[in-house]
Design a protein around this ligand. Structure first.
Ligand SMILES: CC(C)(COP(=O)(O)OP(=O)(O)OC[C@H]1O[C@@H](n2cnc3c(N)ncnc32)[C@H](O)[C@@H]1OP(=O)(O)O)[C@@H](O)C(=O)NCCC(=O)NCCS
Length: 281
């Protein structure tokens, strides 16, 4: 944990009270040292490469990864400060740890980190929370080339939406403005002018079923479709209902247009597509 005592570490990672005792116990475990060291080494190899060096997965054990994240927190903070990243951005970015522990607890009823793979972004310093949205700096793959806009290998910002309240258009505007300034200021060696989004929410099936003035609809309409998509399998189900269990469709609530749309498509026997789109900053 280096420079942090437990409380300071848990505060920084925005870990809920209910998860803290389990986190403390995890820190005291001794029998996982070898596995944790392998996970830390995998993160360190990719660290600062903006995923040019993908993260190896020497283990699939979520709590080994969580402990590796604890171990690397001082390094993430030190690196961020060296890059003059504002404290607020460091904190907002790292707060995803607590958020995802809370999501895991909500889904399973227990302490855990189902989404540990997602958090490898944060602990290789390739993602930054800027207001309502998160942006990962990465190179465009050759699957999402757009003539005159996006060439394979260009630096782009992949946008992500954390579960942190309504996606108000004004907040999205603010985040996009902040991203343009932030990346030009902190990473001028990787110039970016395009934001990409790859998500089931860009599947055209959804837009037709949302009210035109919904926040999600307004977000989706900002993006120009890229002619590339892949099967999303249970993504939509997971993000709306936090389950991937396709045998439970009958029991799931249908109170909102989003819930109804997700279930309608699955009940038609269709597969939600992870569709791509882009916008220019
Ligand atoms: C994306 C998100 C922020 C949108 O929330 P929002 O701004 O409140 O959404 P909108 O106001 O546009 O809602 C449109 C409709 O969807 C419903 N809705 C939005 N999010 C919902 C959710 N998580 N579960 C169920 N229904 C939801 C709204 O109630 C509304 O229904 P209505 O038309 O019947 O009134 C929210 O769904 C969320 O936090 N999701 C989890 C994170 C996520 O999905 N990220 C993207 C992953 S790729």
């Amino acid at each position: 944990m280096g420079a942090y005592d437990e409380d300071a570490l848990f505060d920084l990672l925005a870990i809920d009270e209910v998860d803290r005792a389990d986190c403390s116990r995890l820190l005291r475990r001794a029998d996982d040292a070898e596995q944790v060291a392998l996970a830390v080494a995998a993160l360190r190899r990719s660290f600062g490469s903006f995923n040019q060096i993908p993260v190896d997965e020497p283990t699939q054990e979520p709590l080994v990864w969580l402990k590796a994240f604890f171990t690397l927190t001082p390094r993430v903070v030190a690196w961020s400060r060296r890059h003059d990243i504002p404290e607020r951005v460091i904190r907002d970015t790292l707060a995803d740890v607590g958020r995802h522990l809370a999501i895991s607890r909500r889904v399973t009823g227990e302490f855990g980190l189902q989404t540990w793979r997602w958090l490898t972004y944060h602990f290789t310093v390739r993602i930054f929370a800027l207001g309502r949205l998160q942006f990962a700096l990465e190179r465009a793959s050759d699957e999402i080339v757009v003539d005159g806009v996006l060439a394979a290998g260009d630096w782009v910002l992949a946008v992500h939406i954390p579960e942190s309240g309504p996606l108000l258009p004004a907040l999205v505007d603010e985040s996009l403005v902040a991203a343009k300034k932030f990346f030009a200021e902190h990473f001028p060696q990787h110039p970016v002018s395009v934001v990409t989004c790859d998500s089931w929410i860009l599947d055209p099936f959804l837009l037709d079923r949302l009210s035109p003035d919904s926040n999600v609809g307004s977000f989706v309409r900002r993006f120009t479709p890229i002619d590339h998509s892949s099967d999303g399998h249970t993504d939509a189900l997971y993000f709306v209902f936090r389950t991937r269990d396709l045998t439970r469709l009958d029991e799931l609530p249908r109170n909102t247009s989003l819930q109804r749309a997700v279930l309608e498509r699955l009940e038609l026997g269709e597969t939600w597509q992870v569709a791509w789109g882009y916008l220019t900053l």
